[in-house]
Design a protein around this ligand. Sequence first.
Ligand code: SF4
Length: 501
Amino acid sequence: MNVLIFTDVNGVIGFGRYAGSYRVATELRKAGYSTQVIEFLADLSLKDIESIADKFIDENTLFVSFSTTLLIKNTDKRSLERLDRSKQNRYSGHLPQNDEFVEEMFAVFRRKNQKIKIVLGGGRTDNTSLEGVDYWFWGMSDTSVVALAKHLKYGEPLKTIDGLVGKVIRAEDYPYHDFDNANIKWEDNDYIFENEHLPIEIARGCIYRCIFCANPLHKKVGEYVRTVDSIREEMLYNYEKFKTTGYMFCDDTFNDTHKKVKDLHKMITSLPFQIEWTGYGRADVIHAHPEQREMLLETGLKAILIGIETFGTIASKGVGKGLDPELMKETLYYIHEAWKGKVVITGSFIVGLPGESEESIWKTVEWLQREDCPIDDVMFSPLNIRASTYNPNAPLSKIARNPAKYGYTITGPTLGRGISTEGPQWENEFMDKNRAETITRKIQEVFHKENPIADWAVYSRLRSIGYSSEELLNTQKKDILYDANKKRRDMYHSYMNKLLS
Ligand code: SF4
């Protein structure tokens, strides 16, 4: 095998694949490099690693890579609540396992082929400090991954800069110009499970500029959106090959332009099968184009995250969400009227935004607890001001670029060591980061028992391990945890059997 890509989304209930690993696998395979993606990284023992190395590493192997974006420090608690996940993330290294494991894992690979390179890509590569790594990818690697393969196989030149350890390959040296057709071509050796929901890229980056958001790709309208034909082709291929009808839409704001929604609605409703999907959307665009409510429903939307961030009047003005709090609430009622019992709406909120007091936050909580509240599920997070890292182009929010302008003082060290996105302690006129975290925990306790299981982040992951849509829309987390973890464990064994057979 020419290339191995280890990947996982660990610490979350259910099973779902990370698109990025398979996107680069598609490019490598297209360029003629045999590529094996290996799931369940966090579950693998050193014995598993040896078996994998025995089967896949030989003199033709060029590199072994790790897709780091959605990895957190290893934990047995697959039910990790979001706050616990952030905390776990804060203390994580680059990979889920501890240093001794990682060192031995790299050694296992090199014992099979001394020349192979160890490569890390994805969202946790800004800090290039992990011993044993030869190459780091910064930014999108759709093009650079093939350049690396060519360099290692044919000695073609490769543009790099020095990392703390190893070399860095930067996206700006290898831009990707074919996003219109950025498909994932799933292969037999990806071992897709029966009825599995798959990730599919619709668009990359975001056209908005919310002040707290460190989106790595703030783009212009129309940039980095795939053509409808290429998405249709991918869905048809997946259906024919794997009977796929469930998707995790990879798109930071699916409904950002009305034209996009209209075009995709037309295409999806004309497919010879009905899909279901989960993703991200904005309520202000539904307010501007109310017909999107029905259109999204008709395309098969099942669970969505809507970033609301705050109902505080002063705070909402500067945040970038585009709607007055009362209009936002009205829009949510409007949406819920048609989506009730069919689509799980998760509203996300931030504690610690500029101009928002504790009192204002608790008023929001009161509204969210009302019997007639149109939001099914809430997610609160303390404001994170990401610190700059070794990578000068690492994404930073507007607040992080100029904390003082937004009323923040940075008061403590960076907790995430530049590996995770966890930023330093901060303070504003109303609270500091610790207080924001305490408030967030208190709020999560209020909603903990009531939150439905099938939010936008786990609906597809649970569908993939065998629950029906009806089961999920009527189930709470606590009722499913044990059974879901057992089902996932069985999938892991079945996957490993296929991988190593
Ligand atoms: S918070 Fe969402 S809508 Fe706002 S910039 Fe970030 S990705 Fe875009």
